[in-house]
Design a protein around this ligand. Structure first.
Ligand SMILES: Nc1ncnc2c1ncn2[C@@H]1O[C@H](COP(=O)(O)OP(=O)(O)O)[C@@H](O)[C@H]1O
Ligand SMILES: [Mg+2]
Length: 421
């Protein structure tokens, strides 16, 4: 059922009906008529009028009751109703208004007055409809902005948490790292002394001999340095991760700072490493970096890392999809990251994957908040909307996508070096 633009006249008096409808038709309105309340309600159910002129005194249900019924139904409650009656006493007027009528026309009517009132109320209705629509649009926009804000707030909290944890990890890790080396030296000293003892005291007391045999001293002395070595390597690795975490989660500065974009890209890739590893039958996702030499870029580094994270995480999803759907016969899954200087003062970052790609229709909507093609619980549809907002609004840059279904996708980000928006 769609909104119509006719005026419905409800009156049990045929003369009134014909006079009124002639007058309104003459003024350019489309008109329909009903002779009692029941048939009016019935008619309205099928086609919504723009306005109703309603007689009060009618056989069957009267105008007041008809009005009450129309106002009780959500479908018809917004139609403006104007009462027409010879009853001009105040009580009836008030009753009409209290039932939701917008106006009152006394009988016998002046044609010109009826037309003027109908016209005015139609205009008012149109205006209020438009206003309502505006409010609805604004409300939706606000709700969307709020979702993004909440999401960003969460991310920033998470960033602070990660930065804090990474910071706390730092001291104990440094302590282990700085102690491993002396421990290695001590072990080697002790080993030497033990060896000397064995050399000069060929006849050790039986208790010592037995203890040596039981612990397989030879093997321990051989293995201990290896063990310490691998401990050292592992702690260095933990240290690297801690640095990357802190780098990634740089809690954002109030003003832009000059940073090395490559560091942000590297730490993002490192953080996503667990998703790149081979999984079951799926081969490891290769990451190929082609970095050019770039100047420091004035930016909010934490936010930019978020952009890289959202794009690379999507690329991993797209590669998992292409693998699952067996669209890639060569089994080579790759994410390529290029950077390039665009003279005189822009940098360009391109992140490409040979994943599932997307159709033209999808690629036109990906930056919209809440747009996702992923299953509920997997996709939020916020990643690229946030990325777009960060790149365009916060950094005065541009972000674009170029994708071919079943072939792959490339995102291009251009940022001004001096951070001026
Ligand atoms: N690298 C990509 N390859 C294919 N499709 C992509 C890629 N990146 C984004 N998309 C499409 O864009 C949509 C929106 O992405 P995003 O805003 O990050 O939300 P989400 O990942 O939660 O779906 C995805 O659902 C997907 O359809
Ligand atoms: Mg995403």
């Amino acid at each position: 059922m769609k909104d119509s633009d006719f005026v419905l006249i409800v009156d049990d008096n045929p003369t009134n009906l014909s006079v009124l409808s002639q007058a309104l038709k003459g003024a350019g309105f489309a008109v329909r008529v009903a002779e009692d309340g029941e048939s009016a309600i019935e008619l309205v159910q099928h086609k919504l009028p723009a306005l109703i002129l309603l007689d009060v005194q009618m056989p069957g249900i009267d105008g007041f009751e008809t009005c009450q019924k129309l106002k009780a139904d959500p479908l018809t409650q917004t139609i403006p109703i104007i009462f027409m009656t010879a009853l001009t006493d105040t009580e009836n007027k008030v009753k009409g208004f209290s039932l939701g009528a917008v106006d009152y026309i006394p009988k016998p009517f002046e044609e010109a007055e009826v037309i003027a009132r109908v016209r005015m109320h139609l205009q008012l209705k149109q205006l209020s409809d438009r206003l309502e629509q505006r409010v609805a649009e604004r409300t939706a926009a606000l709700a969307q902005a709020q979702v993004q804000l909440v999401q960003q707030e969460k991310l920033s909290m998470l960033g602070q948490l990660v930065a804090g944890v990474a910071h706390e990890m730092n001291n104990p890790i440094s302590c282990i790292i700085s102690n491993v080396l002396p421990a290695q030296e001590y072990v080697s000293d002790i080993t030497n002394i033990l060896k000397l003892c064995q050399q000069y005291y060929s006849h050790l007391p039986p208790a010592i001999q037995e203890a040596i045999a039981q612990t397989d001293l030879e093997f321990i002395l051989e293995d201990l340095p290896n063990l310490l070595n691998s401990m050292q390597l592992s702690t260095e690795r933990v240290k690297e991760i801690s640095v990357s975490l802190r780098n990634f989660a740089r809690s954002d500065t109030a003003v832009k700072v000059g940073v090395d974009i490559h560091q942000g890209l590297d730490s993002t890739i490192l953080i996503l490493r667990h998703r790149l590893k081979a999984l079951g039958q799926r081969p490891e996702i290769q990451v190929v970096r082609q970095y050019s030499s770039l100047p420091k870029v004035e930016c909010y580094p934490g936010q930019l890392n978020q952009v890289f994270m959202n794009i690379i995480a999507n690329a991993v999803d797209a590669l998992e999809d292409v693998w699952q759907q067996k669209m890639r016969v060569d089994n080579f899954l790759v994410i390529q990251v290029f950077t390039q200087m665009l003279e005189p003062n822009f940098v360009m970052i391109r992140i490409a994957d040979n994943g599932i790609g997307m159709t033209e229709a999808v690629s036109q909507q990906i930056f919209e908040s809440r747009f996702t093609t992923k299953a509920v619980g997997k996709g939020t549809g916020l990643g690229l909307a946030i990325a777009h907002q960060i790149v365009v609004e916060k950094h005065g840059g541009a972000i674009q996508v170029n994708s071919t279904l079943n072939q792959g996708t490339e995102f291009t980000i251009v940022l001004p070096v001096n951070g001026v928006v």
